[in-house]
Design a protein around this ligand. Structure first.
Ligand SMILES: Cc1cc2nc3c(=O)[nH]c(=O)nc-3n(C[C@H](O)[C@H](O)[C@H](O)COP(=O)(O)OP(=O)(O)OC[C@H]3O[C@@H](n4cnc5c(N)ncnc54)[C@H](O)[C@@H]3O)c2cc1C
Length: 381
């Protein structure tokens, strides 16, 4: 076992930290106000290897893998968690195309994502099928050498900022009746719908996609017809959950830093409040959660890099880190007294952002369904 990062990984962390600290703070007020993602940062992020971190070099990525990706998302999230929210879904689209795309699709779409020319978007959730993927009603009815898409996708990250969308839709009844498609923005009958106004992660765009008799060719099929459930599950359970876990890890790191700074600076009874045992215990809890979550997040990503199974570990990292970030943020707000709920202090945003990570990428309850299955597997008769 080796718990050290490589020199290359340390250099990547340093470069992304510098980028995040230099570029993001000046953008955050506007992101909070408007809910708009700063799309002009895609190019500099591409130059740093952020957009193409898991994409092979032959498709213009840097192919550094999932531990590197977790470093990137953690560092962005430490400053502004809306960034890794958007980037992690971007990476989900990259993984989908890399794992299931044919050569023409990879050349056309994957390279553009790696180069930061557009954002990746994966539309699984629809109003009738959130946790219940099979319950989705968005349909892609086969018609000759075409499909006719009808329905609505909701809560989709990068819906309005992406030039194409990976859409899971029903081509037949049942679990084997789902298929994945690449739909270009501008295809007649396909449009963006409502933009959501979330209370956290505001700068990451979340919205609807609407399909009304939208005709798409057979070439838009990603993978096999009927293979959509596999596309959705692989991307959510590996790339999605490790990504949301890393974003929450960034929030947790920021929570620790903000709480520690405030506790050392706020003076009561003639001494910093960090000398009070109650505050030390709060800090001990936040610090412990941070250390535990770091191990969970990097283990899941490392397993993925080794080509080993990581779905249970990713579910654990996602569930535990998102909950820990929200609980720690609440404690940090309390450490701040009434200052904690004021807009000028970051901890109120961190609490809002942490709460939004919980349902994104699958709820805590769904993670527990996965973990319950894993916990009971050795006892199965
Ligand atoms: C910020 C954000 C970004 C998102 N981005 C995307 C995206 O890019 N693409 C995409 O496709 N989706 C995206 N989503 C949607 C997200 O994946 C879903 O919201 C999530 O899967 C939950 O679905 P739901 O909201 O319909 O809740 P529901 O499925 O309706 O769940 C309601 C409640 O029932 C519980 N529940 C459901 N099933 C079970 C069960 N079997 N056992 C126990 N409890 C259960 C849930 O845990 C929850 O508490 C995003 C969501 C957010 C908040």
């Amino acid at each position: 076992m080796d718990f050290r990062f490589s020199q290359r990984e340390d250099m990547l962390r340093k470069a992304v930290r510098e980028f995040a600290e230099n570029e993001l703070p000046s953008r955050m007020e506007a992101m909070e106000e408007t809910g708009e993602f700063p799309i002009d940062l895609m190019k500099p992020m591409a130059q740093l290897g952020i957009t193409g971190v898991i994409t092979p070099t032959q498709y213009d990525g840097v192919g550094l893998g999932y531990v590197a990706r977790t470093i990137v998302l953690e560092e962005l999230g430490r400053v502004c968690a809306a960034m890794p929210m958007a980037m992690q879904v971007h990476h989900m689209a990259c993984a989908n195309l890399n794992d299931f795309g044919n050569e023409a699709q990879k050349k056309k779409y994957l390279s553009r994502l790696a180069r930061g020319e557009t954002m990746g978007c994966v539309a699984v959730t629809d109003p009738t099928g959130g946790s219940d993927l099979i319950g989705m009603k968005t349909s892609a009815e086969p018609k000759g050498d075409k499909y006719i898409l009808n329905g609505r996708k909701c809560f989709i990250t990068n819906s309005h900022t992406s030039d194409f969308w990976i859409v899971i839709a029903r081509t037949a009844e049942g679990a084997k009746g789902l298929s994945a498609f690449i739909v270009d923005k501008g295809t007649p009958g396909a449009k963006v719908g409502r933009k959501e106004h979330k209370f956290g992660l505001r700068g990451a765009n979340t919205g609807e996609l609407v399909f009304d008799n939208c005709e798409i060719s057979k070439e838009t099929l990603l993978g096999q017809e009927g293979g959509g459930l596999a596309v959705a599950i692989k991307t959510i359970s590996e790339t999605g959950r490790t990504g949301m876990a890393a974003a929450a890890l960034g929030i947790l790191t920021a929570v620790y830093e903000e709480a520690g700074k405030f506790a050392s600076e706020r003076v009561l009874y003639g001494k910093p409040i960090s000398t009070l045992e109650a505050i030390q215990f709060y800090m001990a809890e936040i610090y412990s959660q941070l250390e535990i979550c770091r191990l969970l997040c990097y283990r899941a990503s490392w397993l993925k890099d080794q080509g080993m199974r990581c779905d249970n570990e990713a579910a654990l990292a996602k569930y535990y880190t998102c909950e820990a970030a929200a609980n720690a943020a609440k404690k940090a707000v309390e450490i701040h007294g009434s200052y904690g709920i004021m807009k000028e202090y970051a901890v109120q945003r961190l609490l809002r952002d942490a709460m939004v990570t919980i349902p994104a990428g699958g709820t805590a309850e769904i993670a527990k369904v996965v973990l319950g299955r894993a916990a009971l597997a050795p006892f199965k008769k």
